[in-house]
Design a protein around this ligand. Structure first.
Ligand code: IMP
Length: 434
């Protein structure tokens, strides 16, 4: 059973890229299987920082095959920019990258629908706070089928004809949403010319990745599945509607990649030592105060993709335990522990109080989550720098106690701890996979 999975257990930005990068050394291929250019992964290696969005972090290792499978939505300009950026820095991107011909393509109308949707507000009142990358509208068209275009369609003789029909309908829709004000209709001929040029450049990478991955799984290749966003943003199981439009918890791995669950051996859940969230939606442990600002400053909590300041708060074990169970997590990796080093006390939310009752299950309705008040346990901080620590036993006693408590409330062992952005700043338990 050759598959390892890396899943964020909060609202994204858990620093998964660093762990994926470490794990790739032990794998033959890395698969991105959901989401799109709304994701941002940062990998720091040899003093160099790489910011990736669609291309799996494994691209920095020459012998690792990187696969963007059919569950991903592709913004061709973004992939090409990433390819060019990597090539200019001497990173080889040739036959080591594959993109599924089943992946759906993001077009200019998707970005415009996303923008207008946010501007007009959702039926819930608060905007979702999307990344404005057209992700939701593209997935909406994928499920709707009549107005969707997959990467493989760009190479078919009827592409221009289909595009014309779709653009005509999208112009009607967008004109209505603009209520006649300042609307510039989309030009199907221009879009055809642009997307044909992108298609030509992407052609060497486009293939049937499902067939490739099934062959790889059956021949025992070691596969690493790289989740984007976090489980609490999962479209079915997250804080709906304040979620992304794909299955970003563990449940999305098989659907997005086409690799059945019998090949998934180990699921690593990634958490930050605290919580963050970008965009709208409930966040019970949010600290909209000096503590939150302290975490934001020390953790550089600003979006990789949108640069928005992230909302920061205490570790929420109710939400994380739910995310871990949902994703079939075997082991936990705690990131950014060093960010908490200066604090005299640290809190963990171990339950919620809702309508006068103490609960430890994560509420299914967003309105209940909004009403839930965290029940905290307070632990002493360690107030010493830990970024040079390289073994678990050298961590301050209070840091070990904090990690042990996190492990206990989530119900999974903590086997990897990160104390800084570099590959070297990682503490592994002996049992860890890396
Ligand atoms: P969308 O995915 O752009 O539609 O955004 C939907 C929600 O998911 C918004 O709250 C975004 O801030 C959030 N989101 C999307 N991608 C990421 C990510 O990679 N990290 C953190 N939040 C994300």
């Amino acid at each position: 059973m050759p598959g390892t999975c890396v899943i964020g257990l909060q609202w994204g930005d858990e620093a998964k890229g660093k762990i994926v990068d470490l794990l790739t050394e032990h794998h033959d291929l890395v698969v991105r299987y959901q989401g799109g250019a709304n994701a941002g992964h940062t990998v720091v290696t040899g003093g160099q920082t790489y910011k990736l969005s669609l291309i799996p972090s494994g691209i920095l290792r020459p012998n690792v095959q990187c696969v963007i499978s059919g569950g991903v939505v592709i913004h061709p300009q973004s992939v090409l920019q990433e390819i060019d950026g990597l090539t200019n820095r001497g990173v080889q991107v040739t036959s080591n990258l594959m993109i599924s011909d089943r992946a759906h393509v993001i077009f200019p109308w998707h970005m415009e629908e996303d923008r207008l949707g946010e501007e007009r507000g959702s039926s819930n009142g608060e905007p979702i706070g999307t990344t404005l990358r057209g992700i939701g509208p593209c997935y909406r068209d994928k499920v709707g089928r009549s107005h969707a275009i997959r990467l493989g369609d760009l190479y078919r003789a009827n592409f221009a004809e289909r595009l014309k029909k779709i653009v005509a309908d999208k112009n009607l829709l967008l004109a209505a949403l603009h209520a006649g004000k300042g609307f510039q209709p989309l030009d199907a001929d221009q879009i055809f010319a642009d997307y044909s040029a992108y298609a030509a450049r992407l052609q060497p990478f486009v293939t049937d990745t499902t067939a490739f991955l099934l062959d790889a799984a059956e021949s025992g290749k070691r596969m690493l599945f790289e989740g984007a966003q976090g489980a609490l943003l999962d479209v079915d199981h997250g804080t709906y509607p304040y979620v992304t439009s794909s299955n970003s918890s563990g449940v999305g791995i098989t659907g997005g990649s086409g690799v059945p669950s019998c090949y998934l051996e180990r699921v690593i859940g990634i958490v930050k030592a605290y919580s963050t969230r970008v965009g709208g939606g409930p966040f019970p442990t949010e600290q909209d105060n000096d503590i939150g600002q302290h975490i934001r400053d020390r953790g550089n909590e600003y979006g990789t993709v949108t640069k928005r300041p992230r909302r920061c708060g205490w570790f929420d074990a109710v939400a994380t335990r739910y995310a871990a169970r949902l994703s079939g997590v075997d082991t936990i990796c705690v990131m950014l522990l060093d960010v908490l080093s200066a604090l005299p006390e640290i809190k963990i939310c171990v339950a919620y109080e809702l309508n006068g009752r103490r609960i430890t299950n994560f509420p299914s309705h967003v309105d209940d989550l909004r009403l839930a008040t965290p029940v905290y346990e307070t632990l002493p901080g360690w107030q010493q720098e830990i970024s040079e620590v390289r073994s678990y036993s050298d961590l301050p006693e209070n840091a070990q106690r904090y990690l042990a408590r996190i492990s206990e409330v989530i119900g999974r062992p903590v086997e990897i701890v990160s104390v800084g952005p570099d590959r070297a700043q990682t503490i592994m338990a002996e049992a860890a996979v890396v």
